[in-house]
Design a protein around this ligand. Structure first.
Ligand code: UDP
Length: 237
């Protein structure tokens, strides 16, 4: 019996990039294998993907662009990544739907609809949410928490380059140790930057746990956690 019935997996755009490729096909295959394993474990999978491998509004604004336009470009970048994941899923015979936080015509993808998303998830389809919250000045972390609340996910899995939350930056301090669990209040007091503040406060307000883990280092990590083997860091109320 799985601990989690429905999960929201947050993938950063950078998690898809490798060796100078904006969307790396091998990395995409790895992501698909991970999704496949979760589905085999009878876990329903919603995904929110970032766009940082293509554009980030803040960086574009620093270079002189209008911030809102930059954020629109960032959100469109997440749509590109979502379409790539959706296509890779379909090629692997995984039924997947891409939804966008703002309407996009031409049959590119569907607008976000929480009822349709829940129905698709309960039928074993993967729902890939793009365009974050659909509004500028937010991040896809906030989008991930928002969609997790909408689809009534049991937990948000945030895939990062590091295998959890550490006392200090493990890249800089060899004495840094990993938290197995952590409360939202501890994370705020210790100023541990797990997600941006808006995402974090939404999680706290809705009692939605976050599991921070490293996905691509070991392709079995997510499936192990779903099987009940402790890994990563769980941030809870
Ligand atoms: N973005 C936005 N509103 C949202 C989500 C994202 O304006 O609700 C824009 C923002 O410019 C952001 C970019 O899209 O920098 C890409 O998202 P994010 O930086 O969260 O991607 P990640 O770091 O996860 O790849």
């Amino acid at each position: 019996m799985n601990k989690y019935k429905r999960i929201l997996l947050k993938l950063s755009g950078e998690a898809l990039a490798k060796d100078g490729n904006t969307v790396d096909s091998n990395t995409l295959s790895q992501v698909v294998d991970i999704i496949k394993s979760a589905l085999k474990q009878k876990v329903e999978v919603g995904i929110v993907v970032g766009g940082g491998n293509i554009f980030r509004g803040a960086a574009l604004a620093q270079a002189g662009m209008n911030r809102v336009t930059g954020d629109h470009m960032g959100m469109l970048a997440t749509v590109i990544n979502a379409l790539a994941i959706g296509d890779a899923c379909k090629r692997a015979n995984i039924d997947a739907i891409v939804m966008s936080g703002f309407p996009i015509g031409g049959g590119v993808c569907d607008p976000v609809d929480h009822n349709k998303a829940k129905q698709a998830l309960s039928m074993g389809k993967v729902v890939i949410f793009s365009a974050g919250t659909g509004s500028p000045c937010f991040t896809t972390d906030t989008g991930a928490v928002l969609r997790a609340i909408e689809i009534e996910a049991d937990i948000v899995f945030k895939a990062t380059k590091v295998d959890g939350v550490y006392t200090h930056d493990p890249m800089k301090n060899p004495k840094a140790t990993r938290y197995k669990t952590l409360s939202f209040n501890e994370a705020i007091e210790k100023n541990l930057k797990i997600m941006d503040t808006a995402a974090f406060s939404l999680c706290r307000e809705h009692g939605l746990d976050i599991c921070v883990f490293s996905m691509l280092e070991d392709a079995n990590t997510l499936s192990d956690i779903l099987d009940g083997k402790p890994s990563g860091t769980i941030v809870h109320l």
